[in-house]
Write a protein that binds this ligand. Structure first.
Ligand SMILES: [Zn+2]
Ligand SMILES: [Zn+2]
Length: 88
């Protein structure tokens, strides 16, 4: 049996979300780091395990989003995506 985890998302579901988001962080677009699944509306606030409530985030952005550091994170993301666009 699988060990019980903190969240109850199945591997299949995680993969589906990651696939949808292109295996990149939804905020900064990083695809070179370990990705985690984040609930946009936390379960504790009535959020559901719906695909639309789930996003792929890299560890850094995930920590930032949970520590109210998201403003800096978003600024960073805008910078990163602009840089990415200019690289294309
Ligand atoms: Zn990120
Ligand atoms: Zn989260």
């Amino acid at each position: 049996m699988l060990k019980r985890r903190r969240n109850n998302l199945t591997m299949k579901k995680k993969e589906r979300i990651l696939e949808r988001d292109g295996w990149k962080c939804y905020i900064c677009g990083d695809d070179m780091c370990a990705l985690e699944i984040h609930h946009i509306v936390p379960i504790i606030s009535g959020g559901k395990d719906n695909d639309s409530n789930l996003v792929s985030l890299c560890r850094e952005c995930h920590i930032a989003i949970h520590t109210d550091d998201i403003e800096r994170c978003v600024k960073n993301a805008v910078y990163v995506s602009k840089r990415r666009l200019s690289e294309l």
